[in-house]
Design a protein around this ligand. Structure first.
Ligand code: ADP
Ligand code: MG
Length: 704
């Protein structure tokens, strides 16, 4: 029986651990036997072949074991380097080990102790032949420990003060000897056969102490059979959790069954000066289908900046309104909420609908009026920021909630908005294209629609990179464009996340442009500290073409729509994140003219910074950008795990393991479909694992 295995035994009670060592293990996030068994080595060393010093071949990476004969600390006079040197002998010869600027090694090595060194062998010829290794991997090895630490592929673990990799290795061996063969299987034998997976107990044994024949390369890249098995498990369990949640959402939650009628969306279609793209039409159909069903809709619209998501949302809003319901549109920043408001207002008012803005900095009187109009049902659509989900905001009959730029909101906020109505439908829009692997995981419980086509007649934005001194060339292009009647955004740098300094940079640049660089042009300034009506005034002027160059802090990051703007110039582009750069670039190229994104970078530029800038120059494809972003930052940062509700993955890597993820997802969803609520005996181990590992984090598991 699955539950009989003592997964949850605190490490403190394992043989030879005790409270003090348990405390140190806790620092590695190892609290239970299960944590320990799943504490996977971060690297492996091949110490299968230990050579005699006399047999070493210069130029090769080799491993030797011997006794420390001498330890010394030297200093190079000129380069001010501290060098620790040891001499090691194994009866057949002597070799030197050398480390730079690691003085603590002076006391780590002691004469007479046995040590293992592994590294590239160098041969020196000063006064006879002598061998040495520079910065070899090292480890002290006791007389009787040879079996565990050598003569095999050796696991290397992350260490902490009080617990060395070697000590973990000893503990792991002991625990595996004691419990290794009682471990219950998690997956069905069908699944194990279908994917040729190792049995769980064997995978755990092999991941710590691999067979000698296992290619080192596979182990170090997380691709050994043992890794494959444990990665499959982890992703399978994650997807099972998501499948359960999705099942819960789709099957249990009855929602509004909207009536679909041509008279809801038809009038807007006739108002639009253009045709919707095929992709927009397809997504609108998908949403209509969801809305017409008696269940709550949870749909994510994914589409690159400028692909026309807002109109798709508006179509759905009209369907809800046509059925007599109110709608809410929530945006991550005030400026974007305002922007949506002004974009939608003319359409909605022409169609005889009412809308109101709701932001946190509204005057009390204004706000009260807005709240009243929502509570009484007079107002059809509320557009706002987080203010929409505060206490005191009540709708008479909320039928559809739209959340723009989903990645900036947490799962919880999504749910809070939904609670403002009686199971309203939920539509989420994101302009940050989510890499496929991550999308499957994060949004496994949502249905996804992709707008994979841009409105016609747009030419890709040309992206150019200038380094500090080349700034004049960027300014010349700006000048030419303005003379042709076009408009320009200039975005100022983020200064260490400080809004005050951001502001200073923008104000200074504004002054410089006005006084010296572009004295003949009309320059505008937009920043987060301005009052709302001031911001609105600047936006309106810019939109009307009364401002040529708009100097702004990153408040323009999302959503602003100015078709006549053909240049997005970004100061200190090296300081921006990749997604942010791509968003900014998306602000131009919305009209028919050739547009430019001018990135002005200043040294010093980090390696990642350079990679981001190069990615921007080499592609305008949002999906490629986000794959690269994910690769640079890793999934943890890409979406803060806390915010996304994604449990931390211990072994799987969403970038590396995309193929396994897809298989695991298919199997998990199939499994949940066949084994409702995991109540049958075959599903028990799975349920067990899920409840144990993720109960705290996968709230949906407790929903049923
Ligand atoms: P997104 O929110 O996806 O970044 P928007 O919805 O803001 O994009 O649309 C960008 C611009 O494209 C808006 O000016 C919008 O009116 C326009 N637009 C939307 N759909 C079309 C279309 N099918 N043809 C032409 N222009 C469109
Ligand atoms: Mg948008």
């Amino acid at each position: 029986m699955a539950s009989l295995f003592p997964w949850q035994t605190p490490v403190q009670f394992l043989k030879g651990v005790g409270p003090k060592r348990a405390f140190f293990l806790g620092k590695l996030n190892i609290h239970t036997l299960e944590d320990l068994l799943y504490f996977v080595p971060f690297r492996y060393e091949d110490r299968a072949e230990i050579k005699k010093i006399s047999q070493l071949e210069p130029g090769k990476i080799e491993t030797i074991v011997g006794e420390v004969m001498a330890v010394s600390l030297n200093e190079t006079p000129r380069r001010r380097m501290k060098i620790v040197e040891i001499a090691v002998s194994d009866q057949t010869g002597v070799i030197k080990g050398k480390w730079f600027n690691q003085q603590y090694l002076k006391t780590y090595f002691k004469r007479g102790e046995r040590v293992m060194l592994s590294g590239r062998v160098k041969e020196n010829h000063f006064g006879g032949r002598s061998l040495e290794m520079e910065s070899p991997v090292y480890e002290l090895v006791g007389e009787n420990e040879t079996q565990l630490h050598m003569d095999r592929i050796v696991p290397v673990y992350h260490e902490t003060k009080g617990f060395s990799s070697k000590q973990i290795r000893v503990l792991m061996k002991q625990v595996l000897d004691q419990y290794g063969n009682q471990m219950p299987e998690l997956l069905s034998s069908d699944l194990i056969q279908k994917y040729r997976l190792l049995p769980l107990s064997e995978a755990i044994a092999q991941i710590h102490f691999p067979d000698k024949e296992t290619p080192l390369d596979l182990l170090n890249h997380g691709k050994s059979p043992a890794h494959r098995r444990l990665i499959f498990d982890e992703l399978f369990l994650l997807q099972t959790g998501l499948a359960l949640r999705k099942q819960g959402m789709n099957e249990r939650v009855t929602g509004i069954k909207f009536h679909i009628d041509e008279t809801h969306q038809g009038p807007l279609r006739r108002l639009l000066p253009f045709e919707l793209t095929a992709a927009q039409e397809r997504v609108i159909r998908e949403i209509k289908k969801d809305m017409s069903e008696a269940y709550v809709m949870n749909r994510l619209i994914q589409g690159d900046v400028g692909s026309g998501k807002t109109l798709v949302a508006l179509m759905s809003i009209l369907t809800a309104m046509g059925n007599g319901y109110q709608c809410a549109l929530m945006a991550p920043t005030e400026i974007l909420a305002v922007q949506h408001y002004f974009y939608l207002k003319p359409y909605l008012e022409t169609l005889g609908k009412t809308l109101t803005l709701l932001t946190s900095d509204m005057k009390k009187k204004e706000k009260d009026a807005a709240l009243e109009s929502l509570a009484s049902g007079v107002c059809d659509l509320a557009i706002g920021t987080h203010a929409l989900i505060q206490k005191g905001v009540d709708f008479k009959k909320l039928g559809l909630a739209v959340v723009d730029e989903q990645h900036k909101f947490g799962v919880l906020q999504r749910a809070t908005l939904a609670q403002k109505g009686q199971q309203p439908d939920l539509l989420i829009m994101t302009a940050t294209p989510i890499p496929r692997t991550l999308g499957l995981t994060l949004y496994g419980d949502l249905n996804i629609s992709v707008i994979d086509e841009m409105p016609p007649g747009r030419s890709p934005v040309q992206t150019r990179l200038y380094y500090g001194k080349q700034r004049d060339r960027a300014y010349r292009l700006i000048q030419e464009e303005v003379q042709k009647g076009r408009q320009v955004f200039v975005v100022c740098p983020l200064v260490e996340e400080s809004e005050k300094l951001d502001l200073k940079a923008a104000v200074e640049l504004f002054a410089e442009f006005t006084e010296t660089v572009f004295p003949d042009f009309k320059i505008g300034l937009l920043h987060g500290k301005m009052k709302r009506d001031e911001k609105e005034a600047v936006m309106t002027q810019f939109k009307a073409g009364e401002i040529d160059i708009l100097v702004a802090t990153t408040v323009v990051e999302v959503g602003i729509d100015i078709p006549n703007a053909t240049i997005m110039a970004i100061e200190h582009a090296e300081r921006f994140g990749l997604a942010q750069l791509h968003q900014l670039r998306g602000r131009v190229g919305r009209g028919r003219e050739q547009s430019y994104c001018l990135m002005i970078a200043e040294y010093p530029i980090s390696k990642e910074g350079k990679r981001r800038l190069n990615a921007m120059v080499s592609t305008t494809d949002g999906f490629k950008i986000s794959e690269e972003d994910l690769a640079i930052r890793g999934p943890g940062e890409f979406f803060g795990t806390q915010q996304s509700g994604l449990p931390t993955l211990r072994i799987a890597n969403l970038i590396r393991d995309g193929a396994i993820l897809e298989a695991a997802r298919d199997e998990a969803f199939a499994w949940v479909a066949l084994h409702p609520n995991l109540e049958d005996p075959e599903s028990l181990p799975i349920r067990d694992f899920l409840e144990r590992k993720w109960r705290g984090k996968l709230e949906w598991l407790t929903m049923s």
